[in-house]
Design a protein around this ligand. Structure first.
Ligand SMILES: *[C@@H]1O[C@H](CO)[C@@H](O)[C@H](O)[C@H]1NC(C)=O
Ligand SMILES: *[C@@H]1O[C@H](CO)[C@@H](O)[C@H](O)[C@H]1NC(C)=O
Ligand SMILES: *[C@@H]1O[C@H](CO)[C@@H](O)[C@H](O)[C@H]1NC(C)=O
Ligand SMILES: *[C@@H]1O[C@H](CO)[C@@H](O)[C@H](O)[C@H]1NC(C)=O
Ligand SMILES: *[C@@H]1O[C@H](CO)[C@@H](O)[C@H](O)[C@H]1NC(C)=O
Length: 591
């Protein structure tokens, strides 16, 4: 204010006319009015929060609610201070687990999130150091960390993540042991997607990486007090050493944990930068490329079970993977429903075959189409590999994706809301995880009756790949902008997408003349002649022997012709049903 006043005095001295003085006074008045108005009208922080959150931005897929992170986080922080209820202190004695002596106690024990407990028992085993942190706001929801849409193509300002408060790590020295109390709202609806619960996990992971003492095997010691199992996305199943009542003792590998905490805190940002350097400070793609060029105990895997209708898809998948020049193993998990001649063709296409027993979804009705969809869990039994990339048999890979072996479980592309698409995912085989999945078969409700719904309840914290890695063939936005953009991406040669995921009816189940999704009302959102032609172009380049596995059955031909008739009856405006069929497969039906 002083400087401004002086400046004004100078002006007034230089030009002492009455008119000017009045004008300056008016300017002053206006200036203060604006300040008063802005003070008066300043919205309360919660209103601010809502306004910010409801900012709508439109882009490729549709209009999306885009959260202005900068504004919002400020509001959230204000809320935390104001809303924190004053708790009555009720000290409860915190009993140490009986295996504490095996852990060795230690000189320094970091205690996290024990507010109302008396930890004098722990003090007998070493000096306890409370870790101070600011609890994340109640208003901070899972969907802020896992938004359905992010601006990954940087059409607007690029993706952004909100902040999760972390302790000031510089205040703490090396810790021999980290002990944390995890919140657990189970069985309240949505308990697994609890931001506070994630916050405590991430603080522990960061503490372990930054301040945890390492043993000879480069592991550190972490103990949780929790009613539910700590998140296995952060603290791997295999690293659990002991469990007793509500006590969980882990010895996580620091290198893996370090990788984990270097990734974005949610799917609000990409784990894999799309445009190479510059977009993401965490990852330097060239380094990843070097690190993933040597084949380790890693493989691409797909699963066929219950019927042969995806054999052709698996064949084109293998051929497309080989064309990308990968040197990883291609493993096909299959059950006995795949006959000898098909097995031979699958081998010829490039797969190594491994027989599995399919896994029933106990909640599925007998004889339904998704009865055995939990067979994918067998991926976790492939413990002769450290990491596998699962790919659905209705995906055509167009560019090398070996880069994905760099990422931890669970890494995938987004599907909708906070759900990842299980069509391409990074999986770390583990007997322990497999057992866990099997044990939860009855308890977990899968929203779509399939493995995708199930796995999304187990791995709620996942890392987002650019959607170009697993580009879904859908037109959910139903706009010409979307159709134009996606068609251009499907057609681009050299390819712009890493793979195309053929949702809806599969190309080999249609006549090659056009995408038969056009003929069925509720499948029309999946129809794309451009993507369809792309698949057939790939088919044409395959060996004739392999092509023969993609024939039409008598039954399928009848269905197709029926669908065309129905489309005519409906009078679909695009008139695909009018197209004359020239597909030679119609003349050479298979069994
Ligand atoms: C303290 O908490 C325990 C249960 O956690 C309860 O039984 C007890 O009544 C509480 N004491 C006071 C003084 O609130
Ligand atoms: C996982 O279990 C199978 C037996 O079910 C065993 O052969 C395999 O060695 C185990 N893998 C590891 C890494 O322990
Ligand atoms: C279940 O598996 C069948 C094939 O085995 C597949 O057609 C279907 O889409 C799957 N369902 C879900 C919901 O994943
Ligand atoms: C897509 O839009 C068209 C007209 O623009 C409309 O007739 C059609 O019903 C829409 N489809 C869906 C699935 O919303
Ligand atoms: C389809 O074939 C019929 C006769 O074979 C012909 O009359 C008709 O013009 C053809 N339609 C198109 C769109 O080529």
């Amino acid at each position: 204010m002083g400087e401004l006043g002086l400046g004004l005095q100078k002006i007034i001295k230089a030009a002492p006319s009455k008119a000017l003085v009045i004008r300056i006074n008016l300017v002053f008045l206006a200036f203060f009015l604006v300040i008063y108005a802005s003070l008066l009208l300043r919205p309360s922080s919660s209103a601010y929060f809502q306004n910010a959150a409801s900012l709508v931005r439109c882009s490729l897929r549709e209009c999306h609610h885009k959260v202005e992170k900068g504004v919002k986080m400020e509001a959230v922080l204000e809320e935390t201070e104001a809303m924190k209820p004053k708790r009555k202190r009720n000290l409860t004695m915190l009993e140490v687990p009986s295996f504490i002596d095996e852990i060795g106690g230690g000189v320094k024990i970091g205690m996290l999130n024990f507010e109302d407990e008396d930890y004098s028992e722990w003090e007998k085993h070493g000096g306890t150091i409370p870790i101070h942190f600011q609890r994340v706001s109640e208003l901070f929801e899972w969907k802020d960390l896992f938004p359905e849409w992010i601006d990954e193509e940087e059409e607007i300002d690029g993706p952004m993540c909100p902040e999760i408060p972390m302790p000031d790590f510089s205040k703490y020295d090396d810790l021999d042991l980290i002990v944390a109390k995890l919140p657990c709202e189970y069985p309240v609806d949505g308990w697994a997607r609890d931001v506070f619960r994630l916050q405590v996990h991430l603080i522990v992971a960061n503490l372990a990486v930054k301040k945890g003492k390492r043993d000879w095997n480069w592991r550190t010691k972490v103990v949780f007090l929790s009613k539910c199992r700590p998140m296995l996305e952060v603290f791997r199943c295999n690293d659990l050493v002991k469990q007793e009542g509500e006590w969980w003792y882990y010895e996580p590998e620091i290198t893996r944990l370090e990788e984990m905490v270097s990734l974005p805190i949610g799917s609000c940002n990409l784990a894999l930068p799309l445009w190479g350097q510059g977009n993401d400070e965490v990852f330097d793609v060239s380094k990843i490329q070097q690190a993933t060029s040597a084949a380790k105990r890693e493989a691409y895997v797909t699963v066929l079970h219950s019927s042969e209708s995806y054999v052709c898809g698996a064949i084109t998948l293998a051929q497309s993977l080989l064309k990308t020049g990968t040197n990883r193993d291609l493993i096909l998990l299959l059950d006995r429903s795949i006959t000898e001649p098909k097995r031979d063709a699958l081998k010829a296409a490039g797969w190594q075959l491994r027989f599995i027993k399919r896994i029933r979804n106990p909640r599925a009705e007998k004889g339904t189409y998704n009865e055995y969809n939990y067979s994918k869990f067998r991926l976790w039994k492939m413990t002769d590999y450290d990491k596998v990339i699962f790919i659905d048999a209705d995906i055509l890979v167009l560019k090398n994706i070996d880069l994905l072996f760099h990422f931890p479980q669970m890494t995938a592309t987004g599907n909708d809301i906070w759900i990842f698409n299980s069509g391409i995912m990074v999986v770390e085989p583990s007997n322990c995880t497999f057992k866990l999945l099997m044990n939860k078969r009855k308890e977990i409700f899968s929203y779509n009756g399939g493995d995708q719904g199930f796995l999304n309840e187990v791995f709620v914290w996942w890392h987002r790949l650019p959607r170009r890695v697993n580009f879904l063939k859908n037109f959910w936005a139903n706009s010409t902008v979307e159709t134009g953009l996606k068609s251009q991406l499907f057609a681009a040669d050299p390819p712009k997408v890493y793979s195309i995921h053929y949702l809806g009816l599969k190309p080999w189940h249609c006549y090659r003349d056009y995408d038969c999704n056009w003929d069925i009302g509720d499948q029309r959102v999946y129809a794309s002649d451009v993507a369809h032609q792309r698949w057939w172009k790939f088919y044409d380049a395959m060996d004739e022997k392999l092509q023969q596995q993609c024939g039409l059955t008598e039954r399928r031909k009848i269905e197709l012709d029926w669908d065309r008739k129905m489309a005519e009856k409906e009078g679909f405006q695009d008139e695909h049903w009018k197209i004359n069929i020239t597909d030679p497969r119609r003349k050479f039906l298979i069994n």
